[in-house]
Design a protein around this ligand. Structure first.
Ligand code: HEM
Length: 424
């Protein structure tokens, strides 16, 4: 089924070119979809080596995204949440982490890993987050760097903190960053396929994706073996030694969890920090508000950046049985995509939703997912990282500004910023 509007002709959301459109056009297309009485079904495109399925329903309203997140027994996260097509088995092996599982398997793994994300454990990271953000701003003030905010500032803090948490050796960290770029950037010409889909471009991209998954798996398995022999003070040690009710992570689960952390934790937070610089540059009034009282206004600013930018555009669910959503029948086996970007602009929930307003309250955005078992495990860590990085930047370099529009990642999954020129 196609929807006849200027922004959504032909394949609509399934057309890679849709995701290259200016953000305002993209937002207008989603506003149109929200105004329709029922969800719209979009086709899947066949990509060489990956057979497209029968299409998917786009869930674009806040209430629908919340309800689908809340009913995991009907809206299943299996076989996958992060690809519209079902992944071939060889890819699922690397990327089959708990985000792609339902309870009870999901709950078992989440119980083991969630110990690293308790407020007490996160408080232990506070000094490290402060110190790292200070060091990054020192570099900016000394005029080091490339003039690209993403590489000079935004990418550095989340990567350092995740690698510190896991105990990744310094020598391997550049590799971790590069491989996670490949995994999330698969649709972008700089890292993967781009909009020119051919057997050669997809074959090459899949090979790169597999290599990236394999290298990250091998790195963490090597580290797991070392920590079993010689425990350290890091998350890998806790994961390979700790057990909950006699349960331990297998090597495969450890590897997939690491890939999930690197991909889910690293790229998302980095993009949120980059979007924040752009938003606070373009919206002078909001920047002035933040600078007038950074301590009081930062929590609101963080939530509004995550709402407005929505770094993760969508995750998928698959119907485990027939159901009715908002009066609309859905059948077992059908796919739905939860469009967080659209839910976060739903005029039924947010007054003046296209306005960037750091004082917005309440702000029930679903940028970290809807309420339910898969709600972002790293939300509090992400909030701390974004808040500390912005505090250091805006208190020590209040003149910092982006100087050109962001160079955006071509992706219908991640609202990514590849490069962002800036000046201080
Ligand atoms: C601004 C930054 C972030 C955004 C926008 C974000 C977004 C999300 C979203 C939308 C989900 C829900 C998935 C679903 O319902 O299927 C999710 C899950 C998850 N996130 Fe985040 N995330 C961020 C930062 C982080 C960080 C820093 C970490 C860890 C270091 C992290 C780890 C995870 C994990 C492990 C899950 C899966 C939870 C589960 O399946 O039980 N995220 N995230």
């Amino acid at each position: 089924m196609t929807v006849r509007t200027a922004g959504l002709a032909g394949l609509g959301l399934s057309d890679p070119m849709f995701w290259t459109r200016p953000l305002a056009e993209r937002d207008a297309a989603f506003a149109h979809l929200r105004s329709l009485p029922a969800p719209v079904r979009f086709p899947e495109i066949d990509v060489p080596f990956i057979k497209g399925g029968d299409g998917y329903w786009a869930l674009v309203r806040h209430a629908d995204v919340v309800e689908a997140s809340r009913r995991p027994e009907v809206f299943s996260s299996e076989p996958t949440t992060n690809s519209i097509a079902d992944m071939p088995g060889y890819l699922a092996r690397f990327f089959g982490s708990m985000i792609n599982m339902d309870d009870p398997r999901h709950a078992k793994i989440r119980r083991i890993v969630s110990r690293a994300f308790t407020p007490r454990m996160l408080a232990r990271l506070d000094d490290r987050i402060d110190e790292t953000a200070r060091g990054i701003v020192d570099g900016v003030l000394r005029g080091e760097g490339t003039g690209d905010f993403v590489t000079d500032v935004a990418a550095r803090l989340p990567l350092k903190i995740i690698c510190d948490m896991m105990g990744i050796p310094e020598a391997d960290r550049e590799m971790v960053l590069e491989r996670s770029n490949v995994i999330l950037g698969i649709g972008d010409p700089e890292y993967g396929v781009g909009s020119q889909i051919s057997p050669v471009s997809v074959g090459l991209a899949l090979t790169r994706l597999l290599d990236a998954g394999m290298e990250l798996q091998l790195l963490i398995r090597r580290l797991g073996r070392e920590r079993r022999r010689r425990p350290g003070d890091d998350l890998v040690t806790a994961l390979v030694h700790g057990n909950v009710d006699g349960e331990r992570l297998t090597d495969q689960e450890l590897g997939s969890f690491f890939i999930l952390l690197v991909v889910a934790g690293n790229e998302t937070t980095r993009n949120a920090i980059s979007h924040a610089l752009k938003l606070l540059t373009v919206h002078e009034d909001q920047r002035a508000l933040l600078l007038a009282d950074p301590a009081a206004r930062m929590p609101g600013a963080i939530e509004e950046v995550v709402r407005y930018a929505t770094p993760v555009i969508q995750f998928r669910r698959t119907l485990a049985r027939d159901t009715v959503l908002n009066g609309h029948p859905l059948r077992e086996g059908e796919k739905v995509l939860l469009f967080y970007n659209s839910a976060n602009r739903d005029e039924a929930v947010f007054a003046d939703p296209d306005r960037f307003d750091i004082t917005r309250s309440p702000n029930p955005h679903v940028g970290f997912g809807g309420p339910g078992p898969h709600f972002c495990l790293g939300a509090n860590l992400a909030r701390r990282e974004i808040g500390v990085m912005l505090r250091e930047l805006y208190t020590r370099v209040p003149s910092v500004r982006s100087t050109a529009p962001p160079d955006r990642l071509l992706s219908g999954f991640i609202n990514g910023v590849k490069h962002l020129p800036y000046e201080v």
